[in-house]
Design a protein around this ligand. Structure first.
Ligand SMILES: Cc1cc2nc3c(=O)[nH]c(=O)nc-3n(C[C@H](O)[C@H](O)[C@H](O)COP(=O)(O)O)c2cc1C
Length: 169
């Protein structure tokens, strides 16, 4: 049995970066970690634990993340899982960002009863205008987002270390 599968969905690379950082931190704690986009992740059955990640658009995770959670429910229900989102809510909404990010994580669990994460986190992502259409950029500007890379590597590593601490027990 392999240790950890980190499956993710991304549009502009932020969730991939977060997934790779999580994998690196898990390896530093002596675990093996495979990082795969959902399309390449196949069946999570061969893993001790599964970490599910997705970027967020229009207050929803990406459809391939939803699909994977639905299609692999029978394996996920019996596996230790952890969950993370990557979005700009924590950046643009200083007053309610934490609350809203938590609400989204809870909604994912409600939509996918097989996903009962022992840990869940909402990380800040990126606004990379060069990778977006004019319409997409406009949506982010209306949200109040400013161009930039808000990924907090230390925060991601801290969470990954806490996940590792549960898994190596
Ligand atoms: C069209 C569009 C809609 C978005 N909607 C939301 C949203 O509803 N809530 C949010 O927090 N972030 C939203 N974002 C910001 C993304 O979550 C952020 O850019 C994140 O880094 C995306 O991750 P990815 O690069 O892995 O795809 C949106 C971004 C775009 C381009």
């Amino acid at each position: 049995m392999k240790d950890v599968l980190i499956a993710y969905a991304t549009r502009t690379g932020a969730t991939r970066e977060v997934a790779e950082t999580i994998a690196d931190e898990l390896r530093r704690h002596g675990l093996t970690a495979d990082v795969r986009e959902y399309a390449d992740a196949s069946d999570p059955e061969g893993y001790e634990a599964i970490i599910l990640g997705s970027g967020v658009r229009m207050r929803r995770i990406y459809k391939e993340a939803d699909r994977y959670m639905a299609e692999n429910a029978s394996t996920l229900i019996d596996s230790p899982t952890a969950l993370f989102t990557v979005s700009l809510t924590p950046v643009v909404d200083s007053r309610h960002g934490e609350e809203r990010s938590k609400a989204l994580l809870e909604r994912i669990e409600e939509c996918h009863p097989a996903v009962t994460p022992f840990s869940a986190a909402a990380f800040p992502g990126v606004f990379r205008p060069e990778l977006l259409s004019a319409g997409e950029r406009e949506i982010l500007r209306i949200m109040g987002a400013k161009e930039g890379d808000y990924i907090d590597e230390a925060q991601v590593r801290e969470w990954a270390a806490s996940v590792a601490a549960v898994l190596v027990r």
